[in-house]
Design a protein around this ligand. Structure first.
Ligand code: ADP
Ligand code: GLC
Length: 485
């Protein structure tokens, strides 16, 4: 089967979160599972720089509305798949975050920018424009690619192709003014309740959820949660209606990049049989962040977008009592200014105990995973979450809220789960400060008990989080999508 991945991010070049990681790692795993995969992605400056030798392949004509002309060039990704770079300088030659300008507001032409991405994917699938790219199936990621199935429905071509939409985060839906239906080259009759309309607006994600043959999301628990009012952002009814075509497939992680035994970004490598060497990473992290180099202080790590989704307010709300009780923090994140400022203020007040780096820093992310004792991820909702899996692999047991992929990967430490050898972290249920604090206190108490702690570390470090299992699950979803066409 020939699959065209359609994505607005791909690590390490363009990444605002886990979507970039998934788009970089899943295609390689699909190739190993016997699929032919090409990845269509906008040619942002970072990709143009990374692939100076990309080969020009084809001109994309104007495809309707205000969609500009473009070109496609091809480059080889290291992992056995081809990158199709969608070149359109007026849309994509912008530095920094792919969605926001320097004022942190969405680019005003995002409907056209990602309408173009989706439209070109559908064009490649249906028009035999590039004979070597004749996908049987489009795999569209998040709202930025989710209009592609609607183009397949409303602008059919010579060939037929199936489509699968993967929801990485239902909170981002791609909502625009209704007049943009024409701007992105869709006919007016697409703007109906069973088409691209959502509460009077044009909605990219809704369009994909209506028109794709299959829908997936990135964990089994999130697949259930989004059918409920509390997590569905108004799309729960549609998702319930399509429940038979919706599946949750837990993400894998890149086990080469994220391997404490070979990680070049950390101070000392270590594995499940050399856990003592992890201590050198704690010392190095404390030194780097200017914290007191104390082995006896529990070091709590956090790497995250600074948003309410990630429970930043819960952690900040209980940070002072934890600091007063002697804990240390190593925090890395970018996002909402109020959270960043609060962390910086704590770092000034408690310079020996609180280190806060604001920004995006791949190296420090690895160093925190390796150097912290306990990892914090108290998300309000979490479609999958990669960081808790990294922390499990790095022997840094996580404290998480019971939601989405966190619920599917972290097993709460209780006498029973410890005895079964399954406990690997700490789970709480209520999104409240007191429940969070109680879970962290349980984690610190367990950390002080070396034997319990090693059990937790081993359970996490020996779990298989590779992409091979999810890749097989995607193949069977692709087959079902093809059969439904
Ligand atoms: P989400 O995609 O919702 O942000 P995930 O846990 O799936 O959450 O993925 C986050 C990814 O982004 C991880 O690879 C994580 O290491 C990385 N990340 C998040 N914030 C930062 C940061 N400030 N610096 C470096 N890496 C970060
Ligand atoms: C989204 C989600 C995150 C998930 C990632 C990759 O950004 O917020 O939970 O891990 O996508 O699927």
């Amino acid at each position: 089967m020939k699959v065209l991945f359609v994505t607005s991010e791909i690590a390490p070049w363009v990444k605002t979160g886990g979507l970039g990681d998934v788009a970089a790692a899943l295609p390689g795993a699909l190739v190993r599972a016997g699929c032919e995969v090409q990845v269509l992605v906008p040619c942002y400056p970072a990709l143009a720089t990374a692939f100076p030798q990309r080969r020009y392949m084809v001109d994309v004509p104007p495809l309707g509305g205000l969609l500009p002309e473009a070109q496609i060039s091809v480059a080889q990704a290291p992992d056995g798949f081809e990158l199709l770079l969608l070149e359109c300088p007026v849309c994509y030659e912008r530095y920094g975050n792919p969605y926001l300008g320097s004022d942190l507001r969405d680019w005003s032409d995002n409907a056209v920018r990602f309408g173009l991405l989706s439209r070109v994917a559908a064009w490649l699938a249906t028009e035999s424009a590039m004979p070597r790219v004749a996908p049987d199936l489009l795999h569209c990621h998040d709202w930025q690619a989710a209009m592609a199935p609607a183009y397949l429905r409303y602008r059919p071509g010579k060939r037929r192709a199936a489509s699968v939409v993967t929801i990485h985060n239902l909170a981002f839906q791609g909502l625009f003014d209704p007049h943009m239906v024409g701007d992105i080259g869709l006919p007016p009759d697409a703007f109906t309740f069973d088409g691209v309309e959502f509460h009077g607006r044009l909605c990219f994600l809704k369009a994909g959820l209506e028109c794709a043959q299959r829908i997936t999301t990135v964990s089994p628990t999130y697949a259930q949660e989004i059918q409920d009012y509390a997590y569905g952002y108004g799309l729960e009814g549609l998702l319930r209606h399509r429940a038979g075509e919706l599946s949750g497939i837990l993400n894998g992680i890149d086990t080469v990049q994220w391997n404490p035994a070979t990680d070049k970004l950390i101070a000392a490598d270590y594995g499940v049989d050399s856990l003592a060497r992890k201590a050198a990473n704690k010392r190095a992290l404390q030194r780097q962040l200017g914290l007191a180099e104390r082995a006896d202080a529990p070091l709590l790590g956090m790497v995250s977008r600074m948003t309410e989704q990630k429970g930043c307010d819960l952690v900040l709300g209980e940070a002072v009592p934890l600091l007063e009780a002697g804990a240390q923090f190593a925090v890395l994140g970018a996002g909402e200014r109020r959270f960043a400022q609060h962390w910086q203020e704590l770092a000034r007040r408690y310079p020996d105990q609180c280190g806060a780096a604001i920004g995006y820093d791949e190296r420090l992310a690895h160093q925190i995973e390796a150097g912290a004792d306990i990892f914090l991820m108290p998300s309000r909702f979490e479609p999958c979450g990669l960081n808790q899996m990294y922390s499990l692999r790095y022997g840094t047991p996580p404290v998480v809220r019971r939601t989405g992929g966190l619920a599917d990967t972290v097993v709460d430490c209780t006498p029973a789960t410890l005895a079964q050898g399954r406990a690997n972290g700490f789970v709480f249920t209520d999104a409240s400060r007191s429940s969070f604090l109680h879970a962290v206190e349980r984690a610190i108490a367990a950390w002080r008990d070396a034997s319990t702690w090693q059990h937790l570390q081993r359970a996490g470090m020996t779990t298989d989080f590779s992409w091979d299992v999810p890749a097989r699950a995607y193949l069977s979803v692709y087959e079902r999508a093809r059969a439904a066409l």
